[in-house]
Design a binder for this molecule. Structure first.
Ligand SMILES: Nc1ncnc2c1ncn2[C@@H]1O[C@H](COP(=O)(O)OP(=O)(O)OP(=O)(O)O)[C@@H](O)[C@H]1O
Ligand SMILES: [Mg+2]
Length: 338
């Protein structure tokens, strides 16, 4: 069972959302609905399954419904219709007490503009969630010192947020979310306000942390390259609808429509696509190839291997078993087609 299950989530903003929901026909566009009813369909019939331990990226243009969707998860925004299940529990049916527990213990959030408390020291920002939980001071400070080390801010606990750079402030935001040891972290464009180089550092840091922490992270961005770098899987939203879900390789290899194709235009295909994404699956009568390559070999690394020969190479999985073949022609074709 997936850790997070979204079932037919709708969110309509306006005075009579339920009434409008009942009148919507599948062919009505978001613009039509807005023109005819004055209501905004922010999220439209979204169903997703998010597995424990994955970084799941929600990507899409401004206004496509990303923030609304992830706020529905812990009901910071009430969905107009549909169900959210976390650990098999129906969040949409939870009472106030259970919902508060969920927000304190299971789900934590990292915001775009850091959202730190300006008059609290860094350590007290990080300790906030534990303080709310009633953890005694000595215990929460000891724990938060460790968390600050994790994000490389061990010397900054006694400073105030305004004394830190943007990147450092966002690390405090990350530390605050991590301090409660949540099962799920919701990150709403956490790195968008940062300079490109700092942003890259933060992306690497998140990937590094994730290797040991193995949280379930739902990460919003409108930067497709960031989505490719961080996401185990990516959901692409347009006008409230999820138009495609897949691994970075699947999306780059097979964009669902023109909207998705726009995003992948600038993608370095050679560095994203792998042998597995472009291979011809193994058929019974395939002759055994002498040379083999790992399934996750990127095209960039395949080029020198296929260049000298027209013969196919065997693609092998993690256990060394052949699962398909690639050759010079298939690599060239994959590099060329967009
Ligand atoms: N409280 C609200 N009241 C009315 N409309 C809203 C409200 N919140 C969001 N919307 C509308 O819902 C749509 C989706 O907004 P949302 O903030 O989820 O988009 P987003 O994908 O997160 O965009 P961005 O990348 O700019 O953050 C937008 O058209 C927005 O105007
Ligand atoms: Mg948003």
């Amino acid at each position: 069972m997936s850790l997070v299950q979204l079932r037919n989530i709708w969110k309509i903003f306006g005075p009579t959302p339920t009434h409008v929901l009942d009148s919507i026909k599948p062919t009505d566009s978001r613009a039509d609905i807005q023109a005819n009813t004055g209501h905004v369909v922010a999220v439209r019939d979204v169903s997703l399954d998010i597995a424990e331990g994955e970084i799941f990226v929600v990507m899409g243009l401004s206004g496509s419904g990303k923030s609304t969707l992830i706020r529905c998860l812990s009901r910071l925004i009430e969905p107009t219709s549909g169900d959210v299940l976390i650990n098999g529990q129906n969040v949409t049916e939870m009472n106030e007490t259970d919902l508060r527990d969920l927000r304190r213990n299971t789900v934590s959030m990292v915001f775009q503009r850091f959202g730190l408390f300006p008059h609290r020291r860094v350590i007290d920002n990080v300790a906030y969630g534990l303080e709310v939980r009633g953890v005694p001071a000595a215990e929460r400070y000891a724990h938060c010192e460790d968390i600050l080390k994790l994000v490389d801010l061990q010397d900054w606990g006694n400073h105030f947020p305004h004394e830190l750079s943007g990147g450092m402030q966002q690390r405090v935001g990350l530390a605050r979310a991590l301090a409660v040891d949540p099962q799920i972290m919701l990150c709403d464009e956490p790195f968008s306000a940062l300079d490109p180089l700092i942003r890259r550092d933060m992306q690497n840091e998140l990937l590094h942390l994730q290797k040991t922490l193995k949280k379930t992270i739902i990460f919003i961005t409108h930067d497709f390259l960031e989505a490719l770098k961080l996401g185990d899987r990516i959901a692409i939203m347009k006008d409230g609808i999820v138009v495609q879900v897949g691994t970075p390789q699947q999306i780059v290899a097979n964009p669902a429509d023109d909207y998705v194709r726009e995003f992948i235009q600038d993608v370095p295909r050679a560095r994203v696509l792998t042998a597995e994404t472009i291979m011809r699956p193994l058929a019974n009568n395939d002759a055994a190839s002498t040379t083999s390559v790992a399934a996750d070999t990127t095209l960039a690394d395949l080029i020198p291997l296929v260049a000298p020969t027209a013969d196919p190479l065997a693609v092998v999985n993690a256990s060394g078993l052949p699962i398909g073949t690639v050759d010079r022609a298939s690599v060239l074709q994959a590099l060329a087609s967009a």
